[in-house]
Design a protein around this ligand. Structure first.
Ligand code: ADP
Ligand code: ADP
Ligand code: MG
Length: 481
């Protein structure tokens, strides 16, 4: 693929990731173009980009229209499009359209997106490359009989999964044949609704695994390196809540094996750009689960431990430049943790809690990074993801990173909506978590952590008092109307 310098770039996304890309563009001396629909009119990323274009009243349609976005890029003189995560980021047709219109797509080729976006095809590709995959069906399931036969062969418990799934949806566990009969049509219907494809496949259910993923970077000159792993085992309903880099629960030997496997996986498909290879760990066993062909929500923690700006590297790679780093140049220091602060009510089954942010005071101090697009007065729209702020902390030791995360949450003021912040304080205090001993069942197995309201955190009381005292100065308390 011919690669050319990027002078102006259209961001085909919204919210915090759009702002993250605006910032990378500003540092790379690239003009940034934002897009927005009606609910995002007052978005921070819109104000911060060099130019912005309105895509209409429908909250979502504008962000999901490949042809319109590529045409807009051409009309506004952009040489590139960054898709962020979600939306069109793993849409091969979008990448192909960019190529046809001479716009650089910041990501891997349409062929690689297609190959890895289809989970059964990705499994076959990895098997051929001698990367161990989670045991499961060779291809997609043909019908219920096939599903029942495969389940017997693989052995219960099993997972039925949407072949083009993402975002933790379209995944169901079955412990016996009866459940296969029940869940098989459900997954098909979910997959059709959410991903526009009825294809499903089966995997052995790894009971209480750890989710460990490896960040990789590949360039158009055939170089592929990894930037160590992230532990994303703290999940609720297959969705990540807290991410940690490096994993506090693997040793150097496992770390090296995972890194090598991820590089082998990415090299096997000639991967260009930033990407993630996800694995499930079951004791000493490691299984390839899927590859995400985009920048991820949790890329931030890898940036904190390695010092590499992943979005900036994506831009350099897309412009055809050679990777600046060899594998031996990449090292990590300390531990970073990202808390996904979601606009949800943990005490009410994590029901989304959208609305106006009446007061926001950002946490700060040493080792604290906040990636968010909210501000005091901002109205969180109900049409998108409920993640409203990424709180990222870094420190030299695991213990200090936990202490810093707790302190940073105490620092933060976020009023007007319910969030998951106080719930995370409970996780941070749990002894298993502190020992670095947790797997994907941690959240489900500790429902008692949701009862935080009954026992108010002492430092919260102290801070509430401080807030009350300083409120008249308009500094720390609720915003004055
Ligand atoms: P990450 O692995 O980067 O944490 P997530 O799985 O949490 O990614 O997804 C990131 C965002 O993209 C979320 O908003 C999620 O809902 C969305 N998303 C991921 N995959 C898909 C997909 N295949 N279709 C639609 N949305 C998706
Ligand atoms: P998505 O594309 O939605 O991110 P993944 O295939 O990455 O889907 O799976 C998301 C999560 O679901 C994993 O992190 C893990 O917690 C759980 N999961 C998926 N497959 C399995 C499996 N075979 N055994 C156990 N857990 C699984
Ligand atoms: Mg995944």
């Amino acid at each position: 693929m011919t690669r050319k310098k990027i002078n102006k770039l259209l961001i085909a996304n919204r919210g915090e990731i759009a702002l993250r890309i605006v910032r990378a563009c500003a540092e790379a001396n690239i003009r940034s173009v934002a897009i927005y629909t009606e609910p995002d009119r007052y978005g921070l990323y819109v104000k911060r980009a060099n130019e912005s274009y309105f895509l209409g009243d429908d909250p979502l349609a504008g962000y999901l229209d490949p042809l319109r976005l590529v045409n807009l890029a051409v009309e506004t003189g952009c040489d590139a499009i960054h898709p962020g995560y979600g939306f069109l980021s793993e849409n091969a047709q979008f990448a192909r359209l960019c190529r046809m219109k001479g716009v650089t797509f910041v990501g891997p080729s349409a062929e690689v997106i297609h190959k890895m976006g289809d989970k059964t095809q990705a499994r076959a590709t990895m098997t051929a490359a001698k990367v161990p995959v989670t045991p499961g069906s060779e291809g997609n399931l043909e019908n219920l009989d096939d599903a029942l036969k495969e389940a017997e062969r693989i052995g219960f418990p099993i997972m039925i999964k949407a072949t083009s799934g993402g975002g933790g949806r379209g995944i169901r566990r079955c412990d016996n044949a009866e459940e296969v009969r029940k869940q098989y049509p459900r997954v098909i219907s979910e997959a059709t609704k959410a991903f526009g494809s009825a294809e499903v496949f089966m995997e052995k259910c790894i009971v209480n695994p750890r989710h460990i993923e490896v960040q990789i970077l590949g360039d158009s000159h055939g170089n592929v390196i990894h930037l160590f792993e992230r532990d994303c085992s703290v999940q609720r309903r297959n969705q990540k809540l807290i991410e940690i880099a490096p994993s506090p629960q693997i040793d150097e030997q496992q770390r090296k094996t995972l890194g090598d496997l991820a590089v082998r996986a990415a090299s096997a498909v000639g991967y260009e750009s930033a990407g993630t290879v996800e694995f499930l760990l079951d004791g000493e066993d490691m299984y390839f689960m899927e590859m995400n062909t985009r920048i991820q929500v949790e890329h931030t923690i890898t940036e904190q431990i390695t010092g590499v700006d992943l979005v900036r590297e994506q831009l350099r790679i897309a412009a055809g430049e050679e990777l600046r780093y060899k594998q031996d140049d990449i090292s990590y220091r300390g531990f970073a943790m990202q808390l996904r602060i979601n606009a949800e009510d943990p005490k009410n089954d994590f029901l989304p809690s959208f609305g106006r942010v009446t007061h926001y005071y950002a946490p700060g101090g040493p080792g604290v990074r906040v990636d968010t697009a909210i501000y005091t007065g901002y109205e969180i729209p109900p049409y998108f993801d409920s993640m409203c702020l990424k709180l990222i902390v870094w420190s030299l030791s695991w213990e200090d990173t936990i202490a810093r995360a707790k302190r940073a949450i105490d620092d933060m003021r976020l009023h007007g909506i319910k969030t998951t912040a106080a719930y995370y304080q409970q996780i941070l205090e749990h002894e298993d978590f502190r020992r670095g001993d947790f797997d994907t069942s941690f959240v489900a197995e500790h429902p008692e952590l949701l009862k935080y309201s009954e026992k108010r955190h002492p430092s919260e009381v102290a801070l509430a008092l401080a807030a009350a005292i300083t409120a008249h100065a308009g500094w720390y308390g609720e915003e004055k109307q």
